[in-house]
Design a protein around this ligand. Sequence first.
Ligand SMILES: Cc1ncc(COP(=O)(O)O)c(C=O)c1O
Length: 398
Amino acid sequence: MARLEELTAEIGSARIEVRPTRAEIDLDAIVHNAKEIRQWVGAGVGLCAVVKADAYGHGAVPVVHALFHHGSVDAVAVSLVEEGIELRRAGVRGPILVMGGVYTGAHREILASDLTPVISDLGDVHALAAAASSFGVRAKVHLKVDTGMARLGVREENLPAFLAELPRVPQVEIVGACTHLASADAEDNLATEDQLARFERMLLALRSEGIFPLVVHAANTAATFRFRAAHYSAVRPGLALYGGGLPPSSVTLRPAMRLVSAIAQLRDVREGDAVSYGALWRAKGRARLATLPIGYADGYPRRLTGNSEVLVLGRRCPVVGAICMDMTVVDVTHLGDQVHVGDQVVLLGSQGNERVTAEELASRAGLIEYEITCGVSKRVPRVAVVRSQAFGGSGEAS
Ligand SMILES: Cc1ncc(COP(=O)(O)O)c(C=O)c1O
């Protein structure tokens, strides 16, 4: 019999995944989506994949490895310096743009990790120049201009003063210029057209000061699909890579995340029996209920209480009672005796001919699509489902 210390050591070195709850990540889908985007924008336009927030919850390291491995992207973009460093530590060698603009003292780390910061602050320009001098290199940066998002970026009225300062810091080289569009998904195109017109004026101002950025980019997913004028030399989509957004009919995107669990317990209840906190749901007659080991602490939004469905045996089953931190109860009465403990449950994604989309969950919960995959918490293991031969895989890898 194993001694307790041996067992403890074994557990300490193993990945412990007792629960059947996991997020399956289809890396082939992400590579496919990148290729579809490339085809849509055409050969002359580069693709910078937005992989911030752990690739929108899909797991940035495997996603970025897959994208670069297949030559599907020219660069990736994160929000935080930390996210960029994590990718470098995982062996990513391709260009990494850091878009978040919060560099508080991390300028040496940025250069040491060969990250490309997006700057819009003269303080950052000077700090990068000092870090670059100490390393004996030039810092290559992208300049962000504010054309209407009013979040980051040099405003049009401040651009002349900003540009006037640049010749004093030759250690910093502007290799890219960008902006961010606030309303590219809006029905009315006017706000985006205004932003693009302002961007054009600001690019002109750069050129008149002798600054000719190699890369110019503005388009998120919505602008990539809806505004060819916003493509410039590269597009910068996130959502579409993971299968979201509203692509034109010639573009086919595949959702990349499936959130699955399994039935932990089944119970039969009688008319009037209540379920979960606050007794928000009562059985209207005899009912069979399934308890799922997944809750709001896993990122299944509590706001779906009383307004969601999961898939069991390829059929929709309503969520009943309050969604708990670790558990959710669903009504499987209509499945009769076909349903068993251990049966797979799909909370996001497809099973048989049925599909629950992130868009559906978001609209039921009063959230946006992005929040569904970003919200899947870190205690849910991401299991990369690798199908293509290029990865040498045929099943699961994590
Ligand atoms: C600066 C910037 N660019 C691009 C994106 C990608 O946007 P989307 O996921 O809508 O394509 C984001 C995401 O919020 C962003 O903040």
